[in-house]
Structures are given as structure tokens and as C-alpha cells.
Ligand binder design. Structure first.
Ligand SMILES: [Fe+2]
Length: 194
């Protein structure tokens, strides 16, 4: 799918040969029902997660931000910085850009991943601001991840080398489609404990 998103690819320039894939909807409701004993095990690990997992999260103050790597829009040299960025980007092979676009689209579907984590029994952030270890980790992980898509999106936009509208359309399809986990009950263990 991603190969058609680079401006270097002829299929996009023509516009006529790109296929549009409609979102696949599932018409059955899955109610998560991890066995009670597993929920109890997971809840008993709250303190462990607090002490062993949460410390891995970097503070906001120690985290890089997308703007650290991008031209500063308030500076007088903004346009010159963009010219330099574009000159460097012009040297990049299409293959590199395709990889960046694929990564960026994946990163930008972050709402889907947070939703997935919040469907897991024992992890679910019931209020949206729950103070359980798992909920705090999920929110902080999402916030940390959000920087990746932001940086890639802005960088690729500034290069002028990719078809942003096609990318944005793909992201909208991707988030709108959601993601189904075939093993949602055990994913809580696979995702956090194994
Ligand atoms: Fe990421």
C-alpha cells in the first residue's frame, strides 16, 4: 500500500491507478471476559508495575520533542532552514521516503493502539484519568509515542517529496477501521508480562 504514497511513484502522479480500500467492519460485539482468576492476578501486580514498570517512563522534561529537530517557525532563519532541509531531502532515494511514510502512517494510528490497550480487562482506564499503574503507563506511553508521528509528519510535509493528502487519507481510513486482536483475552499477558 505504501509504495504509492511517494511522489516519486508514478502510480500516484497519475492518480488513476491507485486503489482505494474501504474499511473492513466487524459486525459482532466482543465483550472481553478474561477469567476472574486472571484478572485477580493482574490486579495483584499493580504494586509491581508501580515499582518496576513506571520508572522506565521518562519525564516530559527529559524527553525530546519534535520541535527540537525541526526548523523553528519563530526564527528569522526559518525559510532558510526549510530550504536547507529540502535540499538535503532531495538527495534521499524514494525507498527511504517510502519507509518513512510507512512508519509515519503506523505511528499516526496511535488512537487505535490506545483503544486496544484500554479494552483489556485489568488494564482498562475506566475514567480516562485512572490512577492504576496500567492506566498511567498506557497514557504516558501514548503521550511519548505521539511525538514520533508528529515529527515524521512535519518532516515529510516540509520535504515536499511526498503526497501528503494521500497519506492523510490513508491515516483516516486506518484509524476509522480500527484493529482487531484475535487473542484479546491473553493479550494483556502477552503485551505486558511476557
Ligand atoms: Fe513510535
Amino acid at each position: 500500500m505504501y509504495h504509492c504514497l511517494c511522489r516519486g511513484a508514478s502510480s500516484l502522479r497519475s492518480g488513476s491507478s491507485s486503489k482505494v480500500f474501504a474499511p473492513q467492519e466487524l459486525h459482532r460485539q466482543v465483550t472481553h471476559s478474561m477469567p476472574q482468576e486472571k484478572i485477580e492476578i493482574f490486579k495483584s501486580l499493580e504494586r509491581w508495575a508501580e515499582e518496576e514498570i513506571l520508572p522506565f517512563l521518562k519525564t516530559v522534561e527529559k524527553s525530546w520533542q519534535p520541535q527540537d529537530f525541526l526548523p523553528e517557525p519563530s526564527s528569522e532563519g526559518f525559510y532558510e532552514e526549510i530550504r536547507e532541509l529540502r535540499a538535503r531531502a532531495n538527495e534521499l532515494p524514494d525507498d527511504y521516503l517510502v519507509c518513512l511514510v510507512g512508519d509515519m502512517i503506523t505511528e499516526e494510528a496511535l488512537p487505535t493502539y490506545q483503544t486496544m490497550l484500554n479494552t483489556l480487562d485489568g488494564v482498562r482506564d475506566e475514567t480516562g484519568a485512572s490512577l492504576t499503574s496500567w492506566a498511567r503507563w498506557t497514557r504516558a506511553w501514548t503521550a511519548e509515542e505521539n511525538r514520533h508521528g508528529d515529527l515524521l509528519n512535519k518532516y515529510l510535509y516540509l520535504t515536499g517529496r511526498v503526497n501528503m493528502r494521500a497519506i492523510e487519507t490513508t491515516i483516516q481510513y486506518l484509524i476509522g477501521s480500527g484493529m482487531v486482536s484475535a487473542h484479546s483475552r491473553s493479550l494483556v499477558f502477552l503485551g505486558f508480562l511476557i
